[in-house]
Ligand binder design. Structure first.
Ligand code: DOR
Ligand code: ZN
Ligand code: ZN
Length: 428
């Protein structure tokens, strides 16, 4: 059977290093079936899924429950284990059980998680560093923002912009710098999630210059929206960290251009329509759907000349493959060697329609946007999961845990960069 791809581009499938699929625990927002169907439709062949489900993915029992739910997946997936205040004794069992990386919430977030770890981060990094696994960080200072939110609420602020005012960039900058120092001390590999401000670029650049193994992502909403969107979108646009002023957007594009930001991920965070649309900003859930809209939105930027297509592929496929151990060993073929493929049509125009997205929590601030450039076929390990723009429903369950199917490189523990840490590491 011949596939006519004349005039189209064949790209490695996107790897979205940051999605929340809510299953188990919050399946009215999303399930593995709906979330990965949305991914397949969006040209995404692998997702890395976050641990703030119920139960949180902080024990092997919880991991096994999640792996059971994930049997419905259309696309391949990695699972983040939780690195929390209370589960340091479980981290090695989680590695054994098949997680692909760890997630540490330095700030408060959706879900019933124990308070963000403070002192426990150092020990958690030490444990994970021994195995060479990467820790992804939601880098926001919980204490600073809680105090600011309390003040804003006391002053009667409940408008959408109050959410932005509660989380100035320093909230993130402080946490990024702190995470980088702890990584430097322990030799842990880290990944900074959802970089939202230009100010975070400085601690990122400094950490990279010091030799810290640190990667960073930003998301389409930080590159394409700015503070003006609050007027129209209101509580729908509430996301942590917040969409910021235009000057940050410009600086983020610079960080993309100069390589300080390695990846584009979506922070796909679905909630029900009612949970998103509230008069009082503080009662609206944070985040929105993203895994299906990333490719059309960002390909539009490629078409508009904002980013070469090679860089788009680097940021959405190559960089996450390398950072999370999906890049084949020396001597093997290139990524995509297990035929995770997307065929895109850069001439095709589509309109983003919330109602047409596969995701259950399909609210998106990009509703109504016209995109130029669209995925038309998606293949996972050589099998169609989306064909001619249609979901291949018989491919439900085709998705597998990347820790089981892909050649993960043997992690080499890294040396620490500080004199004292190196001396201590040599003591019996
Ligand atoms: O906006 C957000 N939503 N930020 C987070 O950190 C968590 C996420 C969610 O799980 O809803
Ligand atoms: Zn986060
Ligand atoms: Zn997230």
């Amino acid at each position: 059977e011949v596939l006519d791809a004349a005039g189209k581009y064949l790209l490695p499938g996107a790897i979205d290093a940051h999605v929340h699929f809510r299953d188990p625990g919050y399946t009215h927002k999303e399930t593995w079936e709906t979330g990965t169907a949305s991914a397949a439709m969006g040209g995404v062949t692998t997702v890395f899924e976050m641990p703030n489900t119920n139960p949180p993915t902080g024990t092997v029992e919880a991991l096994n429950l999640k792996l059971k739910s994930a049997e419905a997946a259309y696309v391949d997936f990695g699972i983040y284990g939780l690195l929390g205040e209370d589960n340091l004794d479980h981290l090695e069992a989680l590695i054994e059980g098949g997680v692909a990386a760890f997630k540490c919430f330095m700030g408060n977030t959706f879900g019933n998680l124990p308070s963000p770890p403070s002192g426990a981060i150092l020990e958690g990094f030490e444990i994970v560093a021994k195995h060479g696994y990467r820790v992804a960080l939601h880098a926001e200072n919980a204490s600073i923002m809680a105090r600011r939110q309390t003040k804003l609420q006391a002053a009667g602020r409940c408008d959408p912009l109050a959410h932005l005012d509660a989380r100035p960039p320093v909230v993130a900058v402080e946490a990024v710098a702190r995470a980088a120092i702890l990584a430097e001390w322990t030799g842990a590999r880290i990944h900074i999630l959802h970089v939202s401000s230009g100010d975070e670029l400085r601690p990122l650049r400094e950490a990279k210059a010091r030799g810290v193994d640190i990667t960073a992502e930003t998301c389409p909403h930080y590159l394409l929206l700015d503070e003006h969107a609050y007027t129209d979108k209101k509580s729908l646009i509430r996301v942590n960290p917040p969409v910021r002023e235009k000057v940050h957007q410009d600086q983020l594009w610079q960080g993309v251009a100069d390589g300080t930001i390695d990846m584009i991920a979506t922070d796909h965070a679905p909630h029900s329509h009612d949970e998103k649309h509230r008069e009082d900003i503080w009662s609206a859930d944070c985040g929105f759907t993203g895994v299906q809209t990333q490719m059309p939105l960002m390909l539009s930027q490629v078409v508009a000349g904002r980013m070469p297509i090679t860089q788009y592929v680097r940021m959405t496929s190559l960089a996450p493959a390398k950072a999370f151990g999906l890049y084949p060993r020396k001597g093997a073929l290139l990524p995509g060697s297990d035929a995770d493929i997307v065929i895109v049509d850069l001439d095709r125009e589509t309109v983003v329609e919330s109602g047409e997205l596969q995701s259950k929590g399909n609210s998106t601030p990009f509703h109504g946007w016209t995109a130029k450039g669209a995925p038309i076929h998606t293949l996972v390990r050589g099998r169609f999961v989306m064909r001619d723009g249609e979901l291949c429903t018989e491919a439900k369950g085709h998705g597998l845990n990347v820790r089981r199917v892909q050649q993960m490189p043997t992690p080499t523990p890294r040396n620490t960069h500080t004199t004292t840490a190196a001396i201590l590491a040599r003591r019996p």
